[in-house]
Design a protein around this ligand. Structure first.
Ligand code: F3S
Length: 774
């Protein structure tokens, strides 16, 4: 049996390979010339190149304009996977027939746990309901040498921050908020399972060299303002597409004024502006965090590297390094912000929020407040919220609405329990949920009488607020804010309340006003390890372990490889659906109850595009066949698949925005989707499509979107030739309308040589398996 006292993590596998990285960086400097000043993002990325010369000197005028042009072939140090996406990653990894993973990896069971009545009831029920999947993940982890964090251990990004993130590390995570680890100076990128498989089998992982957006922080936060407000404010400035193709690199004198966990919150939500990732330089604030989480030796090594000039500043940008774009934020004047509803970039400073509520006719009452999640459940976040709860309790107040607390990990939960923070919340009427995603990923069964279709407002300290995300109700408006603001709003119960200036009437009729919250950054008595049952399994492979997938299971299905691309252009494709407006990965592959089919491609495909708006009729999930008959989108796709008809989707901007969910690419591919044609595409999703053998194209002229309709018949021109030549040449579509007329649509693509190989082989995995065999 495990005991928390003998928790002795394998530090060696958790330490970035600093000597190797320094050697690589030296080589990079030699190639680019020693006078070249590099940003921190470039240093960490380029020191993880498989072959710096090949990556940095081709397509780049001999290394002059790498950012935005070079195809970087990278060798990440580590992989982390959450339970929902790990299923498909492992099913894909298994098709390669290798005895163990090539780099250290971890699995975190967090997404499939409901948040309803509190951890004690929800956790055992969720384990029971998902046993088959958890058993599969645990057995595969054991067999291949992956550290397995069982249900209840915590949310992937919090556990990664506490255990694996480190300055200079490069990791891939099968979840879009993987950049959370950038708060501790790592380059951590959210990817789909097929990308994770690249790293797991030691194949180079390809990334178009990102541009670097510098965010200079000046001044320091005070009062109600918190790290969350930095990113809420920035999201408003950049919009959901503003970070696309960029790494956001924070720097400047304000950095050291932030806590390490605060930096993680900021990096976490960089996903909401579409950034490849976000990161902070090594900071003095990293040292106590690393030390208090069993990693003093990493703190020491990082400190030595950062303070020794001859070690090339691996963990900080060079003096004078140029950013492609630069934004300055003065922390001293930054107000708390509230973002939403329905999009994380609709940002309103708290002082203007009451006015915005009235102008937009948003609900005047708040129906629930939810704090915690991977974004905001640090000790500091909870301590500051606790301070507010204590102030209110002392005034005789209780939260006016349901108030939920989601600890990010067992470590944080046990520590908060010991320090009586949780009992403060509970005595005030708060409900402590399991250490898992819960309401953040649609696993929230509301018991407060709000039903589907009811217009209502909730406040959360989470990161994402698309329609229907939390409770499956598209009319629930989720307003994102810091945990402190959410806590205060839960007492007021009114959306027009400004915690900084307004008062609440107490039961005795006096007026109560909150003082600005305060709270310790780290627990004064150190972190608790907590329940030993939640500690991870060892990372040593055990090849004889059987991995069983029942052929009759409706939760798991062994993957069948997709067919290769035909040796000619595609003819007879049909437009399955023309999507209007936002089409996120939630729209393409909904979460909530569907999460349970993540390991069963045929079953989960029945949710394909069910959230998409029909551009012709405005209906959601209503598709029309050529003969005018209507059905749901997945039904029509399945019908066409049965008829041997392949299809494409036509969409607007930022198609596939949101998460790293590769099912949003796998499902259309499984159902016969060959091409996605959009005004623009979200980065992770575009890569996922290519990996699964779907061709992502964008309109050369956006207005051509208007020329296309559902059921148009499409033939590709130049696509096969472009694929054969490794990405050279243009592709257009010959579109035959219902009335027999024809139009030509010119398109753009971003296919690299390797990605052309994926499409031709049918998928990246087909190609990888072929290479491993030969
Ligand atoms: Fe989980 Fe929500 Fe974070 S789903 S990983 S808590 S964004």
């Amino acid at each position: 049996t495990k005991s928390s006292h003998d928790y002795n993590p394998d530090i060696e596998s958790r330490t970035p390979p600093y000597p190797k990285l320094l050697k690589r960086l030296h080589e990079v400097r030699r190639l680019l010339g020693s006078a070249r000043q590099l940003t921190l993002a470039e240093k960490i990325l380029y020191s993880h190149l498989d072959n710096p010369e090949e990556s940095l000197l081709s397509n780049t005028d001999n290394g002059l304009n790498i950012r935005g042009n070079a195809n970087l072939k990278l060798k990440p140090d580590r992989v982390a996977m959450q339970d929902a996406s790990a299923q498909m990653a492992l099913l894909q990894f298994m098709t390669c027939n290798l005895p163990s993973t090539a780099v250290p990896a971890s699995i975190h069971c967090d997404h499939m746990i409901v948040g309803e009545r509190g951890a004690d009831v929800d956790l055992p029920e969720s384990i029971k309901g998902n046993k088959e999947v958890f058993d599969f993940l645990e057995s595969a982890a054991k067999k291949y040498g992956i550290e397995f964090w069982p249900p209840g251990a915590g949310i992937i990004h919090q556990t990664v921050l506490e255990n694996y993130a480190a300055p200079g590390l490069m990791m891939l995570g099968t979840d879009s908020h993987t950049p959370n680890a950038g708060g501790l100076g790592a380059i951590a990128i959210g990817v789909g399972g097929a990308d994770a498989v690249d790293a797991l089998v030691d194949a180079p992982w390809e990334l178009k060299a990102p541009k670097v957006l510098g965010v200079r922080l000046e001044g320091q936060l005070s009062g109600w303002s918190s790290p969350k407000d930095v990113i809420l404010h920035l999201a408003g400035k950049l919009t959901v597409r503003g970070g696309t193709g960029f790494i956001i690199e924070y720097h400047g004198p304000g950095v050291d004024s932030l806590s390490c966990t605060g930096m993680a919150t900021i990096c976490n939500m960089g996903a909401e502006v579409g950034a490849t990732t976000s990161l902070f330089p090594f900071s003095v604030r990293h040292i106590p965090y690393l030390e208090s989480t069993h990693r003093s030796s990493i703190a020491l090594q990082a400190q030595t590297i950062a303070s020794t000039p001859s070690l090339q500043n691996l963990l900080r940008a060079d003096q004078g390094a140029q950013y492609d774009e630069l934004i300055t934020i003065d922390l001293s004047t930054l107000e708390p912000h509230i973002n939403g509803p329905f999009t994380p970039d609709l940002s309103t400073p708290v002082s203007k929020f009451a006015e915005a509520v009235k102008t937009n006719n948003w609900p005047q009452t708040v129906s629930a407040g939810l704090i915690g999640s991977c974004t905001n459940s640090s000790y500091q976040d909870m301590a500051r919220s606790e301070d507010l709860v204590k102030q209110a309790s002392a005034a005789g107040l209780r939260p006016a609405i349901d108030f939920f607390v989601t600890p990010g990990s067992e470590q944080i939960r046990a520590t908060l329990d010991r320090d009586q923070t949780l009992s403060t919340f509970e005595e005030a009427g708060g409900i402590v949920l399991a250490n898992a995603c819960g309401p953040c990923i649609g696993q929230w069964k509301r018991t407060d009488g709000v039903s589907k279709g009811d217009n209502n407002a909730i406040f959360t300290s989470y990161n994402r607020n698309f329609r229907g995300r939390n409770d499956g109700n598209p009319e629930t408006m989720n307003f994102l804010a810091s945990p402190e603001i959410v806590t205060a709003m839960s007492y007021a119960g009114s959306t027009t309340f400004n915690p900084l200036t307004d008062s609440i009437t107490t039961p005795t009729g006096t007026q109560f006003r909150f003082s600005p919250p305060t709270g310790a950054e780290l627990p004064p008595s150190g972190f608790e390890v907590g329940n030993p049952d939640f500690l991870p399994t060892s990372g040593a492979p055990s090849p004889s372990t059987p991995v069983v997938v029942s052929p009759t299971s409706d939760r798991l299905a062994i993957l069948e490889p997709f067919d290769p691309f035909p040796d000619h252009n595609l003819t007879g494709l049909r437009v399955l659906y023309k999507v209007q407006g936002k089409c996120t990965t939630d729209t393409i592959s909904a979460a909530g109850p569907w999460l349970k089919y993540k390991g069963h491609l045929p079953n989960i495909s029945a949710n394909t595009l069910i959230g998409a708006v029909n551009a012709a009729t405005g209906e959601v999930n209503v598709a029309y066949d050529v003969d005018g008959s209507s059905s749901s989108i997945p039904e029509l796709a399945q019908k066409w698949k049965d008829q041997g008809l392949e299809w494409l989707v036509v969409a607007e901007h930022n198609y596939g925005e949101g998460s790293a969910r590769e099912h949003a690419a796998l499902q259309p591919r499984y159902l016969g989707g060959r091409v996605i044609l959009a005004k623009s595409l979200a980065r992770i999703h575009e890569t996922n499509l290519k990996k699964q053998g779907v061709v992502p194209l964008t309109f050369e002229n956006e207005k051509d979107y208007d020329l296309m309709d559902a059921c148009d018949e499409v033939e590709t021109v130049g696509l096969y030739e472009m694929l054969k030549s490794g990405g050279e040449g243009s592709v257009s579509l010959k579109v035959k309308k219902k009335d027999g007329t024809e139009v030509e649509i010119k398109t753009k693509h971003t296919m690299s040589n390797d990605q052309c190989g994926f499409i031709l082989a049918g998928s990246a995995l087909n190609l990888l398996a072929k290479m491993k065999r030969s």
